[in-house]
Ligand binder design. Structure first.
Ligand SMILES: C[S@@+](CC[C@H](N)C(=O)[O-])C[C@H]1O[C@@H](n2cnc3c(N)ncnc32)[C@H](O)[C@@H]1O
Length: 432
């Protein structure tokens, strides 16, 4: 396929996504099934166009004064990918599979400056109903953060210390053009590809199969390192899911102590077994929710890690379609769920032990407000200051998150060059 046909396909898929309000991956898969002639290079360019158009949906629509899939895809190709009006017109010209040529009106908008009177949420590409929360989280930096959340995300790897160190891995994987992350001492980063470029398929690397590294955003690596800094021997990962944080904790603990991996969903836990094996993690016991209970762990854990289900607003760079699909009802349901999960998880902390609450959200209602409400109800817990711990763990030169209160840290794309992520470290007071 030539770019003209790819642009037409991206417009069709974007229309499908918007009309049916369904995930892009599903629409892309269905389109691929119906167009078997399209090669992997075609599919990549089409997917990149759709995702990039969704990332900046509001600001591109404002520039084009048109929110149709055609306007968004044209603006992405000409303005974001840098082909300009000339490049776009050239690929539409004489290609019978391409969309209709650019109209005069469209041409003028494709080259015009962005309107100076865009509303803040439009400039930031944040859904209007979420803007008050987003602004509350970031204040004057909210537009900058929104723009950073609308960019592509890098690929971050976490070096598995059970199998090697970062220096060695940097040498072994040098063909991937990666560099060290600036906060996590075990992170390596591949910058996001531009325009039509393809990101490297790191899971196809021999090193991945051998368990030398895992794919994990730097913010999640940091959360696990902060949790492990309390030097726990007995750990409960209460919402372990596929085991991302469990594996990071096992690495940080050097396979010592005992980690219990729990999740309400047996299905979500399923990938963990193979991942533990690949990583060489031997201090993890998976507690299948359908076969065993965790009642025996109540009041016994040095650390409970609670990576609650959340809105995922912090990972919009990776899932831009979810930005436009989230609803007030779904958010309210998440907030209720988090309250229950946090209360239930906290019962497993021993007196003097710690709890780390984490979300990949940037919304105060899922983060600071949630923890403050918990601390108000559960008088036996207190927040632990993260600021001095941050410097101790990552040094003074590392980017610093926003410390809304000494015990709460928010990482974000503009500030820490990571996914959006919130952590709060709490401690249960000693009895008596
Ligand atoms: C953010 S995901 C966890 C991701 C995981 N920690 C990782 O790093 O890969 C949240 C998880 O919470 C689980 N969950 C939801 N409600 C729960 C509950 N009441 N108790 C325990 N886990 C729950 C979900 O099944 C989901 O796997």
């Amino acid at each position: 396929m030539k770019d003209g046909g790819r642009l037409a396909a991206a417009i069709e898929i974007l229309g499908d996504v918007e009309q049916a309000r369904r995930p892009v991956q599903d629409a892309l898969r269905d389109w691929g099934r119906q167009h078997r002639f399209a090669g992997s290079g075609d599919r990549l360019v089409i997917a990149n166009l759709v995702f990039d158009a969704l990332r900046r949906r509001l600001s591109l629509a404002a520039i084009m004064q048109d929110e149709s899939p055609r306007a968004l895809v044209f603006a992405t190709y000409a303005r974001i990918w840098g082909f300009g009006l000339e490049g776009l017109s050239a690929v539409l010209d004489g290609d019978r599979f391409a969309p209709e040529p650019v109209s005069e009106e469209e041409a003028a908008r494709l080259v015009a400056d962005a309107p100076s009177d865009m509303a803040a949420h439009v400039a930031a590409d944040i859904p209007e109903w979420l803007w008050p929360q987003f602004f509350e989280a970031f204040g004057d930096a909210a537009v900058e953060e929104g723009r950073a959340l609308a960019a592509r995300a890098p690929i971050d790897l976490r070096v598995n210390l059970l199998k090697g160190d970062r220096e060695r891995m940097l040498r072994k994987l040098s063909h991937l053009s990666l560099h060290e992350t600036t906060i996590s001492p075990v992170g390596l980063r591949i910058e996001p590809p531009l325009g039509k470029e393809r990101a490297p398929h790191v899971q196809a690397e021999e090193g991945f199969r051998k368990g030398w590294f895992e794919l994990q955003d730097e913010a999640s690596q940091v959360a696990a390192l902060v949790a492990a800094s309390v030097e726990p021997a007995q750990v409960l990962d209460y919402c372990a899911g596929g085991g991302g944080k469990t594996l990071a904790l096992a690495g940080a603990m050097g396979n010592r102590g005992q980690i219990y991996a729990h999740d309400a969903s047996k299905l979500r836990l399923a990938p963990i077994f193979e991942r533990l094996q690949r990583a060489g993690a031997r201090n993890v016991q998976v507690r299948d929710p359908e076969a065993t209970s965790i009642a025996d762990l109540e009041g016994r854990m040095d650390l409970v890690f609670v990576d609650v289900p959340c809105s995922g607003t912090g990972v919009w760079r990776r899932r831009p379609d979810s930005k436009w699909r989230i609803t007030p009802n779904a958010l309210a349901a998440r907030v209720r769920e988090q309250r229950e999960v946090l209360a239930a998880a906290s019962r497993h902390v021993r007196p003097g032990g710690h709890l780390l609450y984490a979300t990949c959200s940037l919304l105060p209602c899922e983060n600071g407000e949630q923890v403050r409400a918990f601390l108000g109800e559960a008088g036996e817990f207190e927040a632990v200051s993260l600021e001095p711990r941050w410097s101790g763990l990552f040094g003074d030169a590392a980017p610093r998150p926003r410390f809304e209160e000494p015990g709460f840290a928010t990482l974000s794309p503009a500030r820490t060059a990571t996914d959006g992520f919130f952590i709060a470290l709490l401690r249960r007071r000693e009895e008596g």
